[in-house]
Each structure stands twice: as structure tokens, then as C-alpha cells.
Unconditional design. Sequence first.
Length: 339
Amino acid sequence: MRSIWNGAISFGLVSIPIKLVNATENHSISFRQIHLEDGGRIRYRKVCELEDKEVTAAEIGKGYEDADGSIIPITEDDLAALPIPTAKTIEIVAFVPADRIDPLQMDTAYYLSANGVPAAKPYTLLREALKRSKKVAIAKFALRGRERLGMLRVVDDVIAMHGLLWPDEIRAPDEAAPDTHVTVRDAELDLADALMDTLGEVDMDSLHDDYREAVEEMITAKTSGEEPSEAPAAPASGGGKVIDLMAALESSVRAAKEARGEPASDDVAEVTHLAGRTRKKAAPKKKATASKSASAKSGSKSTAKKSTAKKTAATKKTASTKKSASAKKTASPRKRASA
């Protein structure tokens, strides 16, 4: 691998000569811009505005545009003379646990290769110290005209360095969060957990770029004069609107099980509550049930009281009617005798 930067790691008073090489490579397919009318290639040419002529790479340097529009030339010697200790040194400033590094800060990855036989011993010392401490090293270095932040860690038997964004380069995520308050039920969380468990883990080496492969097949077909194969029909979507979240989760669990060759049972809706998740909403249901039972009992007692009251009133009314009739019969002979 071709080195892109030569320098040294500064580990206290220990200096480790290293070479910096890219740890990643780009496999994406690049396209050229063409003139649609005749297929001619479109090129960008570097032209001097003052002379209105194309210039070569050897004639191009750096310059800073001032507020008034004037250009201040900046040479490589000017940059090399800057009082920055990291100009040719990866200066380790601290060792921290790996989980202290926010993945949002991760940038380009590099391998640090020991440069020469004398570098092997201190290189191995730093590598083994990182392994044993289970920490990563935070370092500062200068590359391509600016000072950068880096994280050193061990990958197999090599020290790798990830370029890190400066903390003030990470934007706050506040504006990306949902604006509305949403309550997620425990049953929905259980189904989401079930879906995660069903999908399981994946061998990262098995993942590949389907889009790049499809583009390569299309280019091969066009080169050989064949018709490119048609793309499979896209699955029907609901326009991005989830009508029933529970139904969507249940269907996802079934589909994931079928994809893994597991039997897709119809009892997905019967969620098995996962250990460690409390059921805070169970108590109010019991209270509600107890309240309903008490209400029912109270209603029964009230109905019974009303029924008893009606019976008593009817009995009194009947007794009153009988007394009245008896009084009339007794009074009738007396009237006849007096007559």
C-alpha cells in the first residue's frame, strides 16, 4: 500500500517513525459526463481568469481570498513554517475508554505502518499497551493543510487511526427529533423486541453492495449488445403512512421468521412479555375491575332496597283498603237501626 504521509507517533518521550496508508478503498462505479447529442466527453479545464488560458497543475498554487476580493498567495513553505508541533508528528494527548468516542465524530480510517526496523520495538510496545489497557489513544496530527483530531486503536496486529471531527463540528440533534409527543405502549415495545430478536445478528463480511453489482451487470449487458434485465417490481407501499403499528410489527415478525426458515405461527399477537420489563399499567386495570364490582354490588343493593320499599308500600295500601271496606260494612247496619 502506498503511503500518503510520513512522520512519527509521539508517545511521551518515545518517537515511533510511521507511514500513513489508507485503510479503506472506494469501490463505487464512477461515470463520465457526456454531451447527449453526440456522446462527446465533457471536461473541466483550469483557466486563469486574467490571461484567459488553460494552466497546468505545476502552475497552480494556493491563495487566500481576502474580504476585499484580493488574493493572498500561500506557499507550501509558509505552511511548513507554522509553529505547529503536529506538522510531522501524530501527538498522543490522552488515553480514554473506547465508548467515550461518539461514533458521529468518526471520519476517514488509516493504518499506521512502522517505518523501518528501529520502529518495530516502540511500535509493538504501543500496540500491546493499547491492547492491555483496552483503551484508545486520542491524538492530534496535521494532514492536507489543517490540524486534525485522531483516535488510535488496535486492529489485529496493526495500529489503526480514525480521523475524528472536532467536537464543535458536530451539529446538535435537537431539530431532528419529532415535534409531537408520542406515547409507545409496552405491547408495541415487546413486538419491536421480538422483531429484533427474530432478525438476529449478521456476519458483516456477508454484506455487499447490491446496487454496484446491478450497475456492473447493466454495463456488461450494454457492452455485449444485450438488453439489461428488468428490475423486480417494488413491493407495494402505503405511501409512508402506518395505519396500524401493531399489525405492521406483527407482519414484520412473521416475514422475518419466514426469511429465516422458521414456521410463521398465527399467534404473533400473543406477545410473550420479556423479562425485566415491568407492567405498570396492570394495577389500574385491577382497580377498575374492583370499582366495577363494587358498583355492581352497590347497584344490586340499591335495586333490592327499592324492591323492598315497593313491596312495603303495596302491603300498606292493601291493608288500608281492607280496613276501609270493613269500616263501611260495620257502619251500614247501624244506619238501618236508626232508621
